[in-house]
Structures are given as structure tokens and as C-alpha cells.
Ligand binder design. Structure first.
Ligand code: SF4
Ligand code: SF4
Length: 348
């Protein structure tokens, strides 16, 4: 990895160099009940809109790679013949400016499934290959447990990664494209003082993590506690709304529906992201639902993320971003659920 620094006021030059491309970044949109800014990833039209000081966004950039609804193909019938049209829905390279380490790690996890040999997804892959990613370091929020999941820092899956040292940015460079772009800025090699400042900032950031999960031996514990009564208790609280999967940067389950026009000349096959917490997720032909109650569905979500995925890829399908707990109206959080499985006690 190559390291450089550039002065803080050169950030706008970096933005200007990349602005000809569709550029997605964190921006403030609306206020919450405490009158604090709500942040989302969306298209940025001016440097002033880009807010790298954001705590976390409601959704991750997953929505640009796996939109909640996406047309996979269309069919046209004409003169007794038919044709199929496939559009991968990517027209230009995109710049993603300002991803936190957990969100880049989430993309790396999705890559393992969706660009791997077993379940390759050309719609995801085509967009993923056209991403230029600029990561940015963050300040841990009270709900972030990425450190417990090993996702608080990132070593791959980005082009460049920025850390604000105060008067300058420290840049980690992973791609030749990133280096070429940075040559248009007043970059320099980091000094010994810059190294020290970077290490001090990382130590300070590490001390700011307050939320933790003990994930040691979790896969084995989940095997042991499959019949634990805690699943019933959590399931009874769950409202099966699916918000947790909707905001999760690593959930990728979907359903496919076909829509045929009334004149029977065109049809569309559409993918729709789905949540395993939704009541009909496990409904099969004939109307049988093999996970009809919310405890079994909630349990399934945890077993996929912390047991099945771990077995398949030797890592959990969770980066500890805490978004699901923040979105859940029933206050169901990953740290509380995992802790309750270990202790066999659900907090009131
Ligand atoms: S957000 Fe909460 S209530 Fe809704 S499905 Fe997820 S765990 Fe259940
Ligand atoms: S399960 Fe929750 S904490 Fe884990 S990655 Fe998904 S939203 Fe983030």
C-alpha cells in the first residue's frame, strides 16, 4: 500500500477532478426527532453537499448495487416470434466518495457471494466493476460494534482511503487510477510526524468504541442453542417488518416476479430485495410456509449471518454497523440478541 498526504483545502480539487462522473456521497437530508441531521448516500451535485463528517447513513451504498427493485430482463412478442432484452443497468463508472470502513467491508462480503463462482450475479458484478471507491475514517457511534466483528478497519475493496489529520488528509492508495488522480493534487510523502499523528488518531478512535459483542465461539454456541427459549422471546417482540434487512449493508436475499402486460406482447422479470423476517419469505408453491412464525424467521436471520455464512466463508455476514438496531421499532439489536444467547437471558 502506498501512503501520501495532501492539504485539507485540496479536498475540493479531488472533488472537482471526479465531478464529471456520477458521484455518490453522504449528504444531510432532513432532521430527526432530536433535530439532528439525517444522512443518506445520494448523488452529489456540489462540493458543499458532500458531508464527510457524517456519523452513519440510514442506508448503505448497497442500494446502488442491489436496488430494492430492479428489472432483470424484458420480453417482447411480435409476429409470432419473441426477443429477450437484458440491461445490466450500468451506463457510466460511478464514484463513491466517503464510505466508512464497515461499509467497504460489507461490499467485500457481498462480493464473496455475488461475484464468486457459486452464485455469480452479473447485475451486481457489472456495477461493482464500475465503482471507484474513496473511503473515509469515522468516529464510532454509541451503537457501532464493527470492532467486535473485525470490520472497523479495511485493507481492500477501495481505491483510496482518507483520514483527516487536522490540517491535511492522510491517504492510503490501493489502485493505479487513484494514484493518477492524486497526482493532480499537491500530494507529498507523509512525514514522521504525520505517521505519529495517524497512529495517535487511530488509538483515540479505538478508545471511543463503547458497544461490543463477544463473538468468540459464536458459531458453536449457536449450534448448541438452536432450541434456546431466547429465540421465542425475541421473536415475540419482532413485528416482522423487514426494516432490519432493508437497512443492512450485507443482506442480499431477493425474490423474482414476472409481470405480463395485458395485451400479452411484453413481459418484465423483476428482482425485489426481500427480508427473511417477512411473513411470506419462506412460502412455497402450494401455500406452505416452512417458517410461519416470527421466532423461527428471526432465528433464521441470525443463523444465516453468524453461523451459515461463517461456515461457508469463515466470517460473519455482519459488519457491526448497528443500522438494524437503530431501525428496529422493537429495539432488537445484534449485541443484545447475541449476548442473550450466551447468557440465556433476554433483557427486559
Ligand atoms: S426491524 Fe426489528 S421488528 Fe422489524 S423485522 Fe427486524 S427485528 Fe423484527
Ligand atoms: S446485521 Fe445489523 S449490524 Fe450487522 S451488518 Fe446488518 S445492519 Fe449492520
Amino acid at each position: 500500500m502506498l501512503f501520501k498526504v495532501f492539504p485539507e483545502n485540496a479536498l475540493e480539487i479531488l472533488y472537482d477532478v471526479l465531478a464529471p462522473y456520477p458521484l455518490v456521497g453522504p449528504q444531510a437530508k432532513g432532521k430527526d426527532r432530536e433535530d439532528k441531521d439525517i444522512f443518506v448516500f445520494d448523488y452529489i451535485n456540489s462540493f458543499a453537499e458532500l458531508r464527510l463528517d457524517f456519523p452513519t447513513t440510514i442506508h448503505s451504498v448497497k442500494k446502488f448495487l442491489l436496488p430494492s427493485r430492479e428489472n432483470l430482463c424484458t420480453f417482447n412478442l411480435f409476429d409470432g416470434d419473441w426477443e429477450k432484452y437484458v440491461d445490466f443497468n450500468i451506463y457510466k463508472p460511478h464514484v463513491f466518495f466517503g464510505l466508512h470502513p464497515c461499509d467497504i467491508n460489507a461490499l467485500n462480503k457481498l462480493d464473496k457471494v455475488l461475484t464468486g463462482p457459486v452464485y455469480p450475479d452479473p447485475f451486481y458484478s457489472s456495477k461493482r466493476k464500475n465503482m471507484f471507491i474513496i473511503g473515509v475514517n469515522c468516529n464510532p457511534q454509541s451503537w457501532c460494534f464493527c470492532k467486535s466483528m473485525g470490520a472497523d478497519t479495511v485493507y481492500s475493496g477501495f481505491d483510496m482511503f482518507l483520514t483527516d489529520l487536522g490540517d491535511k488528509y492522510f491517504v492510503e492508495i490501493l489502485s493505479a487510477t487513484a494514484y493518477d488522480i492524486l497526482t493532480q493534487l499537491p500530494i507529498a510523502d507523509p512525514s514522521e510526524a504525520d505517521h505519529r499523528r495517524f497512529i495517535e488518531l487511530m488509538d483515540e478512535r479505538n478508545r471511543n468504541f463503547v458497544c461490543q459483542v463477544d463473538s468468540s465461539d459464536l458459531t458453536k454456541i449457536l449450534d448448541l442453542e438452536f432450541q434456546s427459549p431466547v429465540w421465542q422471546e425475541w421473536g415475540d417482540r419482532c413485528m416482522s417488518c423487514g426494516s432490519c434487512a432493508s437497512v443492512c449493508p450485507t443482506c442480499y436475499c431477493y425474490g423474482v416476479k414476472e409481470y405480463v402486460d395485458l395485451d400479452l406482447t411484453t413481459a418484465t422479470k423483476q428482482r425485489q430485495l426481500y427480508s427473511c423476517n417477512l411473513i411470506d419469505f419462506a412460502m412455497v408453491a402450494g401455500g406452505h410456509n416452512f417458517r410461519p412464525d416470527s421466532p423461527s424467521r428471526l432465528k433464521y436471520r441470525y443463523y444465516h449471518k453468524h453461523r451459515g455464512f461463517q461456515e461457508a466463508y469463515e466470517e460473519a455476514l455482519c459488519v457491526g454497523c448497528g443500522r438494524c438496531g437503530q431501525a428496529c421499532l422493537a429495539d432488537i439489536t445484534v449485541p443484545d440478541v447475541i449476548d442473550s444467547v450466551r447468557r440465556q437471558k433476554v433483557p427486559k
